[in-house]
Design a protein around this ligand. Sequence first.
Ligand code: NAD
Length: 253
Amino acid sequence: MSGVDHNDLGGRVALVTGGAGGIGLACVRALAEAGAKVHVVDIDRDAAERAANEVGGWAHPVDLTDAETVGKLPAEVDILVNNAGFQHVAALPDFPPEQFARIQALMVTAPFLLIRRTLPHMYARGWGRIVNMSSVHGLRASPFKVAYVTAKHALEGLSKVAALEGAEHGVTSNCVSPGYVRTALITGQLAAQAAEHGLEPDEVVAEVLLRRAAIKQLIDPADVAALVTWLCGRHSGHVTGASLSMDGGWTAG
Ligand code: NAD
């Protein structure tokens, strides 16, 4: 070990959406551990306040599908992690249009508005990091997830445009694209999927969710957060416009 801290984020201010739970909470903890002060933005007020108190940050209990509210969030941010999201599973002919619209609002429009809002500060400082929590579903489709797959593919495009425009200002923009991570978003689906397929919840993980992954294990949120933190650290300045897969080999197949 060299003793050099490769992820020293002292003096940086981060904003993490969906920061009260799952991958977002792991990012809040990892970024704070690396020295950043963190704005925790989440619809779950109590959990957002708990997370902010834990790391000495600030809680913003807001619904990110409300564009007006998004326009009141802090703009003086050096690190923006667009992470909030949710899933809705239904066949296309039955897919509720209002759920489709809500998923685009949360997972595409809010990231666009937040990037737009925070870039002037990043440009002024000549440094910024945008990390967009995509998914294997930003790169591959699955049936019954039309709104989510559409949104994640759009997020990949948004991230690349931010990378091209931000380059001359010292701002990078990347997607992190995990396979299945052990969070409420997934564990909440297990019982329903088990009933539908006539399987035990553990069998659903291996035989349904991870059928296309080479590694048959759910990912730890802390592993995703470590990659996000590395993207904000010292050695990642030339990584931009990329989609970094952490998917147990899914997209290799
Ligand atoms: P999660 O459900 O554990 O956490 C999502 C957080 O977003 C929650 O704290 C929730 O309160 C918040 N949120 C939801 N709607 C919101 C709204 N309208 N306004 C503000 N906050 C809101 O989910 P997760 O698994 O941690 O997912 C985080 C991100 O990672 C999502 O974008 C998801 O698509 C992506 N992702 C997850 C997985 C996985 O397997 N869990 C895999 C790939 C990508």
